[in-house]
Design a binder for this molecule. Sequence first.
Ligand SMILES: [Zn+2]
Length: 205
Amino acid sequence: MPHLQQALFVVRHFKQTLRLTIYISTIFAATLLLGFRLLTNPVTITGHLKKNPKDSSAFVERVSIFVKGDNKVLAQTISDDKGNFTLTFTPRQEKSFDFYCRGLGIDTILIASFKSFESDTPDILFYIPGLRKKNSLGKTICPKCNKADKVYKIVYSDGIPDHFDDDTKVRKQNANPNIIDGEYYAGTCIVGVSKYFCDRDKVEF
Ligand SMILES: [Zn+2]
């Protein structure tokens, strides 16, 4: 009888130890997996700026380029005299990576938006202005949200015209005062290369 009791004790003790081992291993494995997820590799982009064949008014040489994620600048640089550049940053959990340009004759323009990258060292060709896509209805879509419903054609004019309702003669109040009758007034007489504005993302492209 004592032998049996001793044996049962050993079995029970072994079970407890095993359960504890599994418990600790699970926590260890979870921490390790989570750690790998958080410590993502930096991405180094080799970029090439090219003039958009449909609108070759922009310069691609010595242009300021920056990438934003969740509205924070992740990296910035200036293209060389051939329009080439490299950008390095470490992605976290950003919803998208938005590439902007700014330079001589270029207002701040969104040229491309990526949700992710195929490798840690992608080689990407960018156009200034970016290649504009249309939806099935023929409407230009925003490169960031891929939607057309908040996209407006940009009007370059010196100032924003007063706008009154035809019937009431009362000044129209818009959520965005720069948007009048479906057009976005850039409020500058300097003509930029952007042709469209997305009111959802507040970007020109
Ligand atoms: Zn948008």
